[in-house]
Design a protein. Structure first.
Length: 128
């Protein structure tokens, strides 16, 4: 790693969604310590391996689903990015893209990312 290359550190957010629901599904969220617009969401379905991962970075996204190829693109909020948290409310819409630069930017962040185990290993799926 280069000296001036940032290291993105993630921490686990504990919430009600982190606990299995009646069907055995749950969601885990990781937030970035040094960049509030970067988050990772993991979805689990009755096993201790994620079935779905979404990595948001500055309103761009890389998505992995079990049994499918990676998808990537921008959200409907891409042009409205602000460093202020809480500015945008409501659901995001994913706009798929074929721009390899989106994938490159996301992977550059993930290559220097650190996260609690076992999430660190699962983030590597987005680099494959």
């Amino acid at each position: 790693m280069l000296m001036n290359e940032p290291n993105y550190q993630f921490y686990l957010i504990q919430s009600k969604k982190s606990q299995p629901d009646a069907q055995g599904h749950w969601q885990v969220t990781l937030a970035c310590v040094n960049e509030p617009l970067i988050k990772v969401f993991f979805w689990f379905e009755q096993k201790n391996e994620p079935t779905h991962i979404q990595f948001f970075f500055n309103e761009e996204m890389i998505e992995w689903r079990e049994g499918q190829a990676l998808s990537y693109g921008k959200t409907n909020r891409f042009q409205q990015v602000s460093a202020k948290q809480g500015r945008q409310k409501g659901s995001r819409t994913f706009i798929p893209s074929q721009e390899a630069s989106t994938l490159s930017r996301g992977r550059a962040i993930l290559q220097t990312a650190t996260a609690p185990r076992p999430y660190q290993n699962w983030l590597r799926r987005l680099l494959e």
